[in-house]
Ligand binder design. Sequence first.
Ligand SMILES: NC(=O)c1ccc[n+]([C@@H]2O[C@H](COP(=O)([O-])OP(=O)(O)OC[C@H]3O[C@@H](n4cnc5c(N)ncnc54)[C@H](OP(=O)(O)O)[C@@H]3O)[C@@H](O)[C@H]2O)c1
Length: 315
Amino acid sequence: MAMKAIVYEKYGPPEVLKSIETQKPIPKSNELLVKVKAIALNPLDYRIRRGWIRPLTDFNFPRSIGSDFSGEVVEVGDKVSSFQKGDRVYGMSFQIFSGTSADYIKVKASVLSVIPDTLSFEQAAAVPLAAQTSLQALRDMGHLEKNGRVLVNGASGGVGVFAIGIGKIMGAHITAVTSFRNIDFVKELGADEVIDYTKEDFTKLDQKYDVIFDCWGNKNFIKVKGSLEEKGIYISTIPNVKNFFLSLKNIINQKKGKVVLVKSKNEDLETLKGYIDQGSLRVVIDKIFPKSEIIEAYKYLETKRAKGKVVVSFE
Ligand SMILES: NC(=O)c1ccc[n+]([C@@H]2O[C@H](COP(=O)([O-])OP(=O)(O)OC[C@H]3O[C@@H](n4cnc5c(N)ncnc54)[C@H](OP(=O)(O)O)[C@@H]3O)[C@@H](O)[C@H]2O)c1
């Protein structure tokens, strides 16, 4: 059976994306076939599309794009008992092998969950990658505690908005670093203090933090260590050689530098569903584009000015 997918056949700018007709995937016994309703965009997508991790991605052109998805289960593998046809699901797939920008995708049952009752498909697609990154960084790596002081650098972007929300749920005091464009926005999301990075560099101020979550990734452990409490932890979202080297080097010290590498887990998606359905965690979407405007959607994300998430509807 045929379907449409949005793919690229060579690395490059958003314009390399195009819609093609291709074969509908056939799920294995531990997989589900999902009719995609929406995808959310992430900087990882354009890094791969520009060819920044070629050794890992050169092998399968044409490549589809996107990690995040929401949709409806239309087929269930023999060995899957946790989902049934018609379930509304959300999750993220491992984009190195296959992206989510297609009418149908096959997904392992272990990486998705039923979507929060209160969310539309567009809102649900915005959650998996960015919110799991923030949850896994603050809870599992930062061990953030009630009344802990956390600084979120890049607080107005896809990851940062969830970091503010999850930090508040954990009872932390949050300092958001953003530009003058987004001061009111991050305050409204719950930030206790705001630093405008166009006026002040937080690493030059006296304040110290238990956790510095560098969602934007333009600092590193050496630059921020003076702003960490004695046992403070710096977490970067940028998995480059320098950050990994610094994290190894500093693991023997009290202060730590770490790099988060998000993983999709049923239980974390369920935790997030709980937060969202209780009304404790907001999903903030900056813009929703129709599938026919996916190139414009990536151009917008690549301005690096998104406030919350950019979503593409496949309905
Ligand atoms: N390792 C992982 O597992 C993982 C997971 C998720 C994301 N990431 C990475 O994390 C980074 C952020 O992702 P994202 O989805 O949040 O990106 P995004 O949504 O594109 O971020 C856009 C935001 O970044 C802010 N920003 C731009 N320049 C800034 C600066 N110099 N200082 C502070 N904020 C700045 C902008 O606010 P202003 O307009 O106010 O400047 C804008 O609101 C990306 O590099 C992404 O690849 C890694």
